[in-house]
Design a protein around this ligand. Structure first.
Ligand code: PEP
Ligand code: MN
Length: 335
């Protein structure tokens, strides 16, 4: 159960309510978000009308899921997340594009200009890369962040980049407009708490073996520790199939949209692992209800230091944007 207090509620009366619930043996989690919110995961024997009558209480919302703040019950109208001028979850498909990794100044700037021309709303590239092998390129680190800041200054595109270590979250947040938590870190709870304690929105990728409930509980962590601006991203799960790198779980799109109010993006690049399949899967994602796409684009995919085989050329990305917009228009006509 969610007990939402008024933004100006007297902290002493919120504390009295916490004490009251605890005296009844109910665990309570006090969320210090945009307004004080109390989470009572065990709602048995709690009467919403009684709680509603407490001073400072604005709304009492029963929730039937383990995740509470991430549940659609909390915001049935859906959540829009603003990044600069861009609204993610506002109805128009959002395109987040860029190379897997920042490799060099010229590579990043050329790609940034190319994706902006093709219709990208946000630029994404990794400065810190989670690589399976310790011998693979690990990213340019802080130098990569500086190049991202330069690319934003040149193109005006807000930037998304991955953060891997909790202690680096404040520094990455100084540059990034959105912090990505990668699939491998979806259940790194220290990292989730760290990204909750900084002000930028968080793009949370689904773990490759995570259930949808675990993914939504990871989003819940970020919200429960104070950051309500979470964007979900389905990026494919591991199955027995070997013809593609992952199996994009298209089901996850309508399921997550139904269970949660948070915007849902799809990453068809990691979802397929092959540039040949990215465009059809991108079209399918939007048809299934995704709020946007996260796509890897490289000026010369064959020369990429990571994930070249799944990266689109700028020309292919421009085609993808046209085709996805056509799907989105068609959907509006039939809905
Ligand atoms: C990436 O976005 O480049 C990446 C490493 O993705 P994921 O965490 O989904 O594997
Ligand atoms: Mn990648």
């Amino acid at each position: 159960m969610i007990v939402e207090c008024a933004a100006d509620a007297d902290p002493r009366s919120v504390q009295r309510l916490v004490d009251h619930l605890q005296s009844r043996g109910k665990p309570v989690h006090w969320v210090h978000g945009p307004q004080p919110v109390l989470i009572c995961p065990d709602e048995r024997d709690l009467d919403p009308r009684e709680l509603q009558a407490w001073p400072g209480v604005r709304r009492v919302i029963p929730v039937r899921h383990a995740f509470q703040l991430a549940a659609r019950d909390y915001r049935p109208e859906g959540t829009q997340i603003r990044v600069g001028e861009v609204r993610i979850g506002g109805g128009d498909p959002i395109f987040i594009a860029g190379p897997c990794a920042v490799e060099s100044r010229s590579q990043l700037l050329e790609t940034a200009h190319a994706v902006r021309e093709a219709g990208a709303h946000l630029l994404r590239a990794g400065a810190f890369k989670p690589r399976t092998s310790p011998y693979s390129f690990q990213g340019l680190g802080f130098e990569g962040l500086e190049l991202l800041a330069e690319a934003r200054a040149e193109t005006g595109l807000p930037v998304v980049t991955e953060v891997m270590a909790p202690e680096e979250a404040p520094l990455v947040a100084e540059v990034a407009d959105v912090l990505q938590v990668g699939a491998r870190n979806m259940q790194n709870f220290s990292l989730l708490k760290a990204v909750a304690r900084q002000p930028k929105p968080v793009l949370l990728k689904r773990g490759m073996s995570a259930t949808i409930e675990e993914w939504l509980l990871a989003a819940e962590y970020v919200m429960a520790y104070g950051n309500f601006n979470v964007i979900l991203c389905e990026r494919g799960i591991r199955t027995f199939e070997r013809m593609t790198r992952n199996t994009l779980d298209i089901n996850a799109v309508p399921v997550a949209k139904r269970l949660s109010h948070l915007p849902v993006l799809v990453d068809p690049s990691h979802g397929t692992g092959d540039a040949a399949y990215v465009i059809p899967v991108a079209r399918a994602a939007i048809a299934a209800g995704a709020d946007g796409l996260l796509v890897e684009v490289h000026i010369r995919p064959e020369e990429a230091w990571s994930d070249g085989s799944q990266s689109l050329t700028p020309e292919a990305f421009a085609r993808m944007v046209r085709e996805v917009r056509a799907v989105s228009r068609a959907l509006r006509m039939i809905q």
